[in-house]
Design a protein around this ligand. Structure first.
Ligand SMILES: [Zn+2]
Length: 474
């Protein structure tokens, strides 16, 4: 543990922590006193605080440019609509026969479909229930593509069943397809105007579309119909966002909707949009993909950023469906801010291309690569850790990094970058694009790597360690 910390001292400079009298902690580089101000550096440039609100400064901490990306909108903590209430006599028997011994019985489903051909209402309900049961099984196994297919087929047999309409909508939400989801929810509302789950899911769809007023209205409506802690939590978050952003001005460019507080300079807002559009064109060409939906960007003053995002103090910027960047004290886009914007924009591209179906290490590796980072400073430490058999495996870096220690986060970013750097150096950006295509189609990451690179996770780490030694070793 101590050894690893020493090795990774080269990975990222360790910042200080400014502790305010109100208890808030700010990670900062190069903290110094200047008259009645405390001045410090962040990824967004030089900032300062009045000395009167600072309690003390602590040495050491974590330096990471952004928070590990989370597809927060697509991953709102919302469970699927309540258990199916398809009115059929032999309901549970159909369910038991559709999924048994850990697999879907397609023959049984075909039999149910055959029965439905006569147009009998009950036979139709059974065919719908069989497909719905299959969809639930696929959803539980993370196979969104087939879950959606089965749920859509179920709907064909009972086109006016609100629960099926809501389940199709739910799957679209999980895939970040908010507009499609709304179509099904509007249909569900016609047949079940006061169903709390319709309002719950509509709120989610509007939240995903950045329509906060509509999202708040729907979630309030859902709560009036039925108390629900999931809705309450989502509503609180939307209201925090809304309150802050109401005092904001809005700018728009071809691919972005930018909001910023009145305290920020309008010139800075225009400069940020110009920078983002330039990065957008470059990345569009590089990844051979154009994100279909407008990308939301919010510029914050430092305190507002911490209040709204409730992110840890060390986070410099983040992407939770929108690009959120603290810019206090800046009047123009600095090279450092430009890099941060490109990093966060990469997350938006990758999320839209794969509908959030992408491991964190791939996201963070590619975002760092795009912003211009390379592994030179970390190569020796990483190669050594690998040789000692102490490297983190990529499968451990697939899911959330929340809960990792500071050292583990630093090491995770470094390995993520090194692996992407190797992939790009070895096979060009075309390989990255081909891997993303497969992830978008629902393939697991290792299967995608096997198809494109002919490597599994172990092979890739080995090749990356070799690359680091050859390319940077002395
Ligand atoms: Zn990132």
């Amino acid at each position: 543990m101590g050894g690893a910390a020493l090795l990774f001292a080269a990975v990222a400079a360790r910042p200080d922590t400014i502790v305010l009298k109100n208890g808030r902690r700010i990670a900062a580089m190069n903290v110094r006193e200047e008259g009645d101000k405390i001045t410090y550096e962040t990824s967004a440039g030089q900032l300062s605080l009045p000395k009167s609100i600072v309690d003390h400064v602590e040495k050491g901490g974590v330096a990471v440019a952004d928070s590990p990306v989370a597809a927060a909108v697509a991953n709102l903590a919302i469970t699927p609509p309540a258990a199916v209430v398809v009115p059929t006599g032999g309901g549970s028997e159909v369910e038991r026969s559709t999924v048994h011994d850990g697999a879907i019985d397609r023959e049984f489903i075909a039999k149910m479909e055959g029965g439905a051909r006569g147009g009998d209402k009950r036979a139709n309900a059974n065919a719908a229930l069989a497909h719905h049961t299959a969809a639930q099984f696929e959803l539980a196994h993370g196979d969104m593509e087939h879950a959606l297919q089965d749920e859509r087929t179920a709907l064909n047999y009972m086109p006016e069943e609100p629960v099926l309409l809501m389940n199709v909508a739910y799957l679209h939400l999980r895939r970040s397809e908010y507009k499609e989801s709304l179509d099904f929810l509007e249909r569900a509302r016609r047949f079940a105007p006061d169903h709390p789950d319709v309002a719950k899911l509509e709120g989610w769809a509007y939240y995903g579309l950045n329509k906060l007023t509509e999202a708040v209205a729907e979630w309030k409506r859902a709560l009036a119909l039925r108390p629900d802690p999931e809705v309450q939590a989502a509503l609180n978050k939307a209201q925090r966002d809304k309150q802050e952003e109401e005092s904001y001005k809005e700018n728009e460019s071809a691919h972005f909707t930018l909001r910023y507080s009145g305290a920020a300079e309008p010139a800075l807002a225009r400069d940020v949009l110009r920078t983002l559009e330039a990065h957008f064109s470059a990345m569009e060409a590089e990844l051979n993909f154009t994100p279909p939906d407008s990308i939301g960007v919010v510029l914050y003053t430092q305190q507002a950023f911490a209040d709204i995002t409730q992110a840890p103090g060390w986070v410099g910027a983040l992407n939770d469906g929108r690009i959120r960047v603290p810019v206090q004290g800046l009047t123009a886009v600095t090279p450092a801010l430009s890099r941060v914007l490109k990093h966060e924009l990469t997350h938006s591209f990758v999320n839209q291309k794969t509908r959030g179906h992408v491991p964190i290490w791939f996201q963070e590796g590619l975002a760092q690569w795009m912003e211009g980072k390379r592994s030179a400073d970390n190569a020796d430490a990483l190669a050594q850790v690998y040789q000692q058999g102490r490297a983190t495996s990529l499968s451990q870096l697939e899911g959330s990094w929340i809960g990792f220690s500071s050292d583990a986060v630093v090491s995770a970013y470094a390995w993520a970058l090194a692996n992407i750097e190797y992939i790009v150096e070895n096979g060009g950006m075309g390989d990255v694009e081909r891997i993303l295509d497969r992830l978008a189609a629902g393939m697991s990451t290792e299967a995608a790597l096997r198809e494109v690179l002919h490597s599994d996770y172990n092979d890739l780490m080995q090749s990356t360690a070799e690359y680091l030694r050859k390319n940077y070793g002395h």
